[in-house]
Design a protein around this ligand. Structure first.
Ligand SMILES: *Cc1c(COP(=O)(O)O)cnc(C)c1O
Length: 403
């Protein structure tokens, strides 16, 4: 096995780091539902605490079920190590609080997930950290935004909710030349479609609530990066600052999700391409943002950076917000819900839901249109998803608004 060619993505997502023969032959890894760990003697406990002896002592720091999940996620992202969190926000806050101090600056893209934007605006700014937004689709804008105080360059690609892409390699190069750490939120793309570490990023964060878990039954987060950075994040960001540790039961569910991640993402991508084309062809639709469409402004970058285009679509109707709301209310199969990456197709309105953390003026400045509708294409039969969307669009009332 050691001399063999490294196993492929799906094989590692299913097998990496687990040998049933060490666990009574159990095919599925055991769930270590425990808060604390007993020591052989007082000396052993002291040695584990001091980091002189490997071992577990308390599940806010580490736990064998989380350990397996962390190793698999790190491996799938091409990183050395990982830390699992109670939520995506837990991972983002823990990472940023670990590496930023008062007086430091963080440079981020114009568009960010609503709670990440709010965390930076309020949660970081109130401790004297400067937030500078750059247009990360333009390398010159990033160069101009960097200062001697910049410690971190942070972005999402594709960005939630408008689908802007960032050229990870180009922006990482600029940031690293200035000694900054690059942190990428890879929730939308997943490691199946993009591995930012291989393109020069330092740390990748995820909302495992989305594609990694994949079934809408948990909230969780992941961060991966170098062993040294992850040790800092574990010991300071998570252990002492946020305490946002993932529950072992959720780690077991995410491990299960990872086993089908590649399979699901491939089906998600296939369905989304069909849905995007159907929406684009409909007369009531003004604009569809989907990286796989030739009409997408950054289609060339998408084709270079992503082997598939994901399953998130943002679109606007000619009738604007009112037509969008009416259309959402006519859907029968597609669920009106936030979150994304689930087996179910989900639809939501960012300006009044996930991105209501921005003021209207901020949304305008950050490229989030008021009428934008966000669709997370699920893995139901694509004919059924398209039929539901088209019949909601075809309603005579919506056509008359659009006309
Ligand atoms: C959902 C989401 C988050 C936050 O994750 P939670 O698990 O909800 O805390 C962060 N980034 C992106 C891009 C997301 O979609």
């Amino acid at each position: 096995m050691d001399n063999a060619k490294p196993a492929g993505f799906a094989t590692r997502a299913i097998h990496l780091g687990y040998d049933p023969m060490q666990h009574e032959g159990a095919l599925t890894p055991p769930l270590h539902l425990t808060s604390t760990f007993a020591f052989e003697d007082a000396e052993a406990g002291a040695a584990i605490f001091a980091g002189e002896k490997p071992g577990y002592f308390y599940s806010r720091i580490s736990n064998p079920t989380l350990d397996l999940l962390e190793r698999r996620c790190a491996d799938l992202e091409g990183a050395e190590a990982g830390v699992a969190f109670a939520s995506g926000m837990g991972s983002i806050c823990s990472v940023l609080w670990t590496f930023l101090s008062p007086g430091d600056e963080i440079v981020t893209d114009k568009t960010l997930y609503g709670c990440t934007f709010a965390f930076m605006r309020h949660g970081l700014a109130k401790f004297g950290i400067t937030i500078t937004h750059a247009d990360m689709t333009d390398p010159d804008s990033v160069r101009a935004a960097l200062s001697d105080k910049t410690r971190i360059v942070y972005f999402e690609t594709p960005a939630n909710p408008n689908m802007r892409l960032v050229d990870i390699e180009a922006i990482s190069l600029i940031a690293r030349q200035r000694g900054c750490k690059v942190v990428v939120d890879n929730t939308y793309a997943t490691p199946v479609l993009t591995r930012p570490i291989e393109l020069g990023a330092d740390i990748v964060v995820h909302s495992a609530t989305k594609y990694m878990g994949g079934h809408g039954d948990l909230v969780g987060g992941i961060a991966v990066g170098s062993a040294e950075d992850m040790q800092q994040v574990r010991i300071f960001g998570m252990k002492d600052m946020t305490g946002a540790v993932m529950a072992p039961f959720n780690a077991m569910l995410v491990l299960r999700g990872l086993k089908t991640l590649k399979l699901r993402v491939e089906k998600h991508c296939h369905n989304a391409m069909t849905v995007a084309r159907a929406l684009e062809a409909h007369p009531a639709v003004a604009k569809v943002n989907y990286p796989g469409l030739e009409s997408f402004a950054q289609h060339m970058l998408a084709a270079r950076q992503m082997p598939g285009f994901g399953a998130m679509i943002a679109f606007e109707l000619k009738g604007g917000l009112e037509a969008g709301r009416a259309m959402m209310n006519r859907l029968q199969l597609v669920r009106r819900a936030v979150s994304l990456g689930d087996t179910e197709t989900l639809i939501q309105h960012p300006a009044s839901m996930t991105h209501s953390t921005y003021t209207p003026e901020e949304r305008a400045a950050h490229g989030i249109a008021e009428g934008l509708i966000r669709l997370s294409v699920g893995i139901e039969e694509v004919e059924d998803i398209v039929a539901d969307l088209l019949s909601a669009l075809d309603d005579p009332a919506s056509t008359s608004i659009a006309a």
